[in-house]
Write a protein of this length. Structure first.
Length: 361
């Protein structure tokens, strides 16, 4: 009878309802401990015991150890997730995240990557335009860059407006000029122009360039470029650019561009004195030839290898009327000091050689 009673008690203690109740209690205990583990309770045992008791559980060592174990698991999972996120951004996976260095976090610029790329494209075009052309009217300056869908839309224009909030006192109400630069280039201008070293050639800003077939040793482009006009005006021209090494030539046809480039190469002398003049500093070059009381003609610039577009743009940039045909050496060098270009050096040296040959004759 005694054994039968034991068997009966055992069967009662292991009934399904009893097992389900124990499982429910254990689950509630685990949920409560998880909530304590993810709470803001401190890491000390005293703080954990207080948080466990506040959750309605005894603060015994078993519960404290379980909360600490859960926190370690959560921290490991968090580190693993961040490691996976980091590995998704690199080509060579890493096994562990680096230890914090203590330096401030590096923040990326505001905006999406697409917006930041668009801002960079516009900024680079604007910087080259500011380097090439006159700007900065008393009333202010604005540069607006847009992107063209086809080369026929590529353009550079400048409009003058008025700003009536600049002057004060007796001049209040007078309008000050504002120069508004509107530039339209291909969206991949940095790839097809800037990275090829074509952005600024002979003082002209290249707005677009399409590679063409050309003789060996020469790069030929069907191009659109901008040149300085009178005042703040900027002109847009379409034609061809021939390039070889550091030399370039703009022409309204492919044949003229290539012929001009070859002529420029033939006109370059290899005499040591001339090479030294071409490499001399601006002030040294000016002081050496300032004493030459001769005129430099438009023909000197042409015969020394400069293209018509570059000549006109440089003259407009420094305020020389190209219709004068001849400019005193001192005036030309004064302009060269303000806007030094290799083509001007060549024109000066050609004019000096021409006058020496005329004197000997």
């Amino acid at each position: 009878m005694k054994n039968a009673a034991i068997i009966t008690l055992t069967s009662v203690s292991t009934t399904p309802d009893k097992i389900q109740a124990q499982q429910h209690t254990q689950k509630c205990r685990e949920v409560a401990l998880i909530k304590v583990a993810i709470s803001e309770a401190g890491d000390t045992k005293k703080a954990l015991i207080a948080a466990i008791r506040a959750a309605g559980l005894p603060g015994n060592p078993t519960n404290v150890a379980r909360v600490q174990e859960l926190r370690d698991d959560f921290d490991a999972a968090r580190r693993h997730r961040r490691l996976n996120q980091a590995n998704a951004k690199v080509t060579k996976p890493i096994s562990a995240l680096p230890r914090p260095s203590g330096r401030p976090a590096i923040l990326l610029p505001l905006g999406t990557p697409e917006l930041r790329l668009t801002a960079l494209r516009k900024r680079m075009v604007t910087e080259h335009a500011q380097e090439a052309f006159r700007h900065g009217a008393p009333g202010g300056t604005t540069f607006t860059v847009a992107f063209a869908a086809q080369t026929g839309e590529v353009n550079y224009s400048v409009e003058l407006d008025r700003n009536y909030d600049v002057y004060r006192g007796a001049y209040k109400g007078w309008g000050a000029n504002v120069d508004l630069h509107r530039i339209r280039v291909p969206i991949d201008w940095r790839i097809r122009v800037e990275r090829k070293g074509l952005a600024l050639l002979g003082g002209l800003l290249t707005l677009d360039a399409l590679p063409m077939e050309a003789p060996a040793g020469i790069e030929l482009y069907a191009a659109v470029w901008a040149s300085q006009g009178r005042g703040y005006d900027v002109k847009t021209d379409r034609g061809f650019i021939a390039v070889a090494g550091t030399e370039s030539f703009h022409g309204d046809s492919a044949e003229k561009a290539i012929a001009g480039l070859l002529r420029k190469g033939r006109s370059a002398t290899t005499r040591a004195a001339t090479i030294a003049d071409m490499k001399a500093g601006v002030d040294a070059f000016v002081m050496k030839y300032l004493k030459c009381a001769i005129d430099v003609s438009l023909d000197d610039a042409r015969k020394s290898g400069s293209c018509e577009y570059g000549i006109r743009s440089w003259c407009e940039s420094i305020g020389i009327d190209i219709d004068r045909m001849n400019v005193p050496m001192a005036e030309l060098l004064g302009g060269f000091r303000r806007l030094p270009q290799t083509e001007v050096r060549r024109a000066v040296l050609y004019a000096v050689r021409r006058n020496r040959s005329f004197s000997r004759g």
